[in-house]
Design a binder for this molecule. Structure first.
Ligand code: F6P
Length: 757
């Protein structure tokens, strides 16, 4: 429709310009004609009177001269006449002669012009007139001049009549030409698209269409190839992911933006530098993808020895000590204390984290924190742009720390493929709206080409928020948002872990793990272990988990002395009061339960509040009778999937909160409501008493699911969608270019959405 309007406005402006020019030309020509007409008339009149006037002059008969002049003015157009001798002695004029044209004025004009005849159009206060001055009786002793004054008002009248006619003609012609051009262009466009469609379907194509048909065929072929790849049977692996990058995104540069770095260098008490693998679902998932894609990971350099292990630009090759083909660049960005407090602890964690998780923590929104969040997003966006080697890299933006970065990156790299993944839940529109900067956050995210969430429900919440708070169009059939001409796809991509899992593969045998863990904890070989592993966070439901273990011991006294619940908790965000309080209350709760059921030699709750490296974590996964993931609300939760990966003996049981995203996929787990302590303790008991065969059935099903829906698939599907989107944009662009040259009004529906995503 916009194109049609543009076309019509262009047509009308063109016609108006033409009419203006035609009007000017017409006025000029008409005037020339009228003036020539007047000259002829004047000459004719004078010739007719010449003899009579000469005689009257010779007789010095002024009355006769006056009468003859009056006779001259009987002509319709001559309004006045005068006869003036050059010496100023004779001055006869008809009564209508305007005062400005009496003999002295006439003689003054002749003196200035120097030669006769003189013809001029003059504007008087009574209107426009034409003055003709002709020499007369030059040979006599008293040379005289005849002045004839023509009324020009009839010329003005004719000019305005001509103009009115032109204007009407312009409107009629303009309307007729617009309708005709529209009908013609629509007909042309239809025949053009029909021909193109026919030629695309047949094997032969006319010469004129040959280049376009080949190009469109190639693009559509590429799209189908991408779709087929997605449907291809077989497991996703690093090699298949590399293949996708090579084949469909032409090995383009991959830049990943995440707050948390995958390797943290710290200097320990003895002065040694050690490398930590942070406890983060994001790192667990994304790190294997970066190994497969190479590229650059841009993150906050937070370790005490991070600066000394990076170059002057904060860059280093990682993973430390790995094969070259697995390596990629880590680019560390340094933050001041104030920036980290406002952006990370403040707005991201006290604000957004609390807002997005339904775990009864009040979100804190402070203006200063948001200022820092905005400022730090800009700094990271600048770092991403500085790392870009091409104008259209693939940028993978991770998580709630960078809601504003996609739009900031888009400003500087308009052709970039920006895929943003939100690792935590997205709340209802109503809840999201309580954040004072909700519109800015949404607009920032819509700078992305694709925004991904773990579940369709989170996508729906996001779309609803956009619909409610931003001026945009939601394309429900394609799950897309169109805002200011830019399209953002909104898709669910359930995140996962690497499969085969390197940590599981490196771990000792299950029996060795069982033995070492029991020894480490001072437990007998037949002790039953329930396990929980998390960052210490109020969303993880750790208190509810310990209460369920307490209820189990309460209801099953036979388990006292034999059952131990081990909680490995990595301290996290302890600068925030809510987290410090949680650490203290968990310590107190563990102590209370131990007090209640423990003895000198038996502690039912082992609460290890420390960072545990992946080899330790995997040893514990392989030593436990069950693992309980009790999140009160969680985007996905990868502890559940890691535990499954660790259990290649197909034994042990997963207890999983119904409020974790993982519960949608891992249906063979024992699904529980963590708030229902009785139900959770009953599930613990069921796990401890489950037969080996039942455990195998469940674990086998879970393992095959995680193996298939692994993190390479997660990344691959996003990249394939991105590739499809890019091809579709190119196809659309190409068709639009051609349609513009064919002066078509709008793209037809098949050209806009004909290619499925
Ligand atoms: O599951 C992923 C996640 O919860 C992220 O959202 C979060 O960034 C990360 O794990 C751990 O948090 P942090 O980076 O603050 O230590």
């Amino acid at each position: 429709m916009r194109r049609t309007w543009k076309f019509l406005v262009g047509l009308l402006v063109g016609l108006a310009a033409l009419t203006g020019t035609a009007d000017q030309l017409m006025q000029r020509t008409l005037r020339r004609w009228f003036e020539r007409d007047l000259q002829l008339r004047s000459d004719l009149v004078l010739h007719g009177m010449e003899r009579a006037l000469s005689t009257a002059l010779q007789l010095r008969d002024s009355q006769r001269v006056a009468d003859l002049l009056i006779d001259i003015t009987r002509d319709d157009r001559i309004m006045a006449a005068a006869l003036c001798s050059r010496d100023g002695q004779i001055a006869v004029a008809t009564p209508e002669l305007p005062a400005e044209l009496h003999c002295p004025a006439v003689l003054e004009r002749i003196r200035q012009a120097a030669a006769l005849p003189l013809r001029d159009a003059i504007s008087l206060h009574t209107g426009r007139v034409h003055l003709t001055l002709l020499p007369f009786a030059e040979a006599t002793q008293q040379p005289t001049v005849i002045a004839l004054v023509h009324d020009l008002s009839f010329v003005d009248r004719r000019e305005s009549a001509g103009r009115a006619f032109l204007l009407v003609a312009f409107f009629v012609l303009g309307a007729a030409a617009s309708i005709l051009a529209l009908l013609l262009s629509r007909g042309l466009w239809r025949s053009w698209t029909d021909t193109l469609r026919r030629q695309l379907r047949s094997d032969v194509s006319e010469e004129e269409f040959q280049p376009l048909v080949s190009e469109v065929r190639a693009l559509v072929g590429e799209l189908s190839r991408v779709r087929d790849h997605d449907r291809q049977e077989g497991r996703w692996s690093p090699a298949r992911l590399r293949d996708v990058l090579r084949s469909y995104v032409q090995g383009e540069q991959v830049l990943l933006l995440a707050n948390r770095e995958p390797y943290i260098h710290t200097r320990d008490a003895s002065g040694q530098i050690t490398v930590l693998h942070p406890a983060s679902g994001l790192v667990t998932a994304v790190e294997p993808v970066m190994r497969a894609c190479s590229g650059v990971w841009i993150a906050h350099g937070s370790g005490s020895a991070d600066r000394e292990t990076a170059d002057a630009d904060g860059r280093l090759r990682v993973p430390p000590g790995s094969k070259e083909e697995d390596r990629y660049w880590l680019r560390r960005v340094w933050l001041t204390e104030d920036e980290e407090r406002g952006y990370y602890y403040g707005f991201a964690n006290e604000g957004l984290w609390a807002l997005c998780h339904l775990a009864h923590a009040r979100p804190e929104f402070r203006g200063h924190d948001f200022e820092q969040y905005r400022h730090v997003n800009q700094r990271f966006a600048d770092a991403v742009c500085a790392e870009a080697q091409t104008e259209d890299p693939i940028v993978l933006v991770q998580d709630y720390h960078f809601a504003l970065a996609p739009a900031l990156i888009r400003q500087r790299l308009p052709k970039a493929m920006i895929i943003t993944f939100w690792h935590i839940p997205w709340p209802s529109a109503e809840r999201f709206g309580i954040c004072p900067w909700h519109r800015e956050l949404l607009a920032g995210l819509l700078g992305s080409s694709i925004v991904g969430f773990h579940t369709q429900a989170h996508c729906n919440n996001f779309l609803e928020a956009v619909d409610r708070f931003l001026e945009s169009r939601i394309d429900h059939s394609h799950n897309a948002v169109v805002r200011r001409g830019h399209t953002t796809l909104v898709r669910p991509y359930p995140i996962s872990i690497a499969w085969p899992n390197p940590w599981a593969e490196q771990a000792p045998s299950v029996s060795a793990c069982r033995e070492s863990v029991r020894k480490e904890l001072g437990l007998s070989s037949d002790a039953l272990i329930g396990l929980g592993i998390d960052r210490i966070d109020y969303t993880k439901g750790i208190e509810e988990r310990l209460l369920a273990a307490e209820a189990l011991l309460e209801q099953h006294p036979e388990l006292r002395g034999r059952f131990v619940f081990v909680q490995l908790g990595a301290p996290s965000r302890t600068v925030i009061p809510r987290y410090r309080a949680l650490n203290e209350s968990l310590e107190a709760l563990a102590a209370r339960i131990n007090e209640r059921f423990g003895t000198d030699r038996y502690k039912p709750i082992v609460f290890s509040r420390a960072h545990h490296e992946p080899p330790t974590v995997f040893r514990y996964y392989r030593a436990a009778e069950f693992c309980y993931v009790s999140s009160l609300h969680d985007g996905m939760n990868l502890v559940a999937k890691e535990f499954i990966a660790a259990r290649d003996d197909e034994q042990s049981v997963l207890l999983l909160s119904q409020f974790a995203g993982a519960a949608h996929e891992l249906t063979e787990a024992l699904i529980v409501n963590p708030y229902d302590i009785g139900q959770a303790s009953a599930a613990m008991h069921a796990a401890l008493t489950m037969t080996a065969a039942a455990q195998r059935d469940r674990m086998r099903a879970l393992r095959s699911l995680v193996a298939e829906f692994n993190v390479y698939r997660w990344a691959g599907r996003m990249l394939l969608d991105a590739a499809r989107l890019r091809e579709r944009e190119r196809l659309k662009h190409r068709l639009r270019e051609t349609s513009t040259s064919a002066s078509a009004p709008d793209l037809p529906a098949w050209a806009r959405f004909g290619v499925p995503l």
